[in-house]
Write a protein that binds this ligand. Sequence first.
Ligand code: PAF
Length: 292
Amino acid sequence: MSVAVPILRTAEEVRTTVDEWRRSGRTIGFVPTMGALHEGHLSLISKAFDHADSVIVSIFVNPVQFCPDEDFESYPRTIRDDINKLEYAGADAVFIPEKDLVYPEGFSTSVHVSNLTDTLCGKQRPGHFDGVATVCAILFGIVQPDIAVFGRKDAQQLAVIKRMILDLRFDIRIIGADIYRERDGLAMSSRNRYLRPAERMQATALYRGLSRAAELACKGERDTALLCQTARRIIEESPLAVIQYLEIVDQETMKPVESLDAPGLLAVAVHFGKTRLIDNIVIDPGANYKED
Ligand code: PAF
């Protein structure tokens, strides 16, 4: 049976709740989200429970991480459904701040993590990671968790947050959670609901392309240009797919690599109509390839 999840609206309510948990000897896990929750988010919550006693989730559609031509206005807001899912997942509290609480009048700070943000999504979405780093720094300051969980689907975001934690000396352990996929391989995303039926069907090409490249790498192929070409060819067999980027990068620096002497990250962004999807796979030349 699921129990009603307390809804916290102010920083004070969050502090009181978290302090109470801590006084009773509990460790605190945090999962920041923008809502429109799906099973992928629930897997982040379950991961947080592997590492902490109490888990708080935030829901905030962060305006400053959207570029001007992006979907901030139309981003799905499904709060009632989200709360039901959080109850089902056993979250201990949900923090749903208003915009003015996060960005009060006079707010003038922006967190910029350099180096990691000039490739992949950082190059395509100028200012996006500043918005992500800024809101996460604010939320971390309010919640003050022991651990926070981020999905590996947003691999560059995970790298940016890990760097920010180190640089700003936040005492928080960042935990990456594996990509949660639909049965046909499509990585779960709040934006999948935008896909029209034909786009949804063709979107499975992303994982097919990534998996084939990973398989070739496991069989000994080290040439990243050839691996990218293979993945690209498979994705482009779907006529509705328009690739924005497809690159193999170093997992920590997010910089392109030419030859795979160590595991790399094959990352892709593809448009299907108005919907932009991202996905990635770790390409490990030393690993045994295993179909999911
Ligand atoms: O991954 C997301 O949903 C967002 O970028 C995050 C981390 C909640 C910040 O708004």
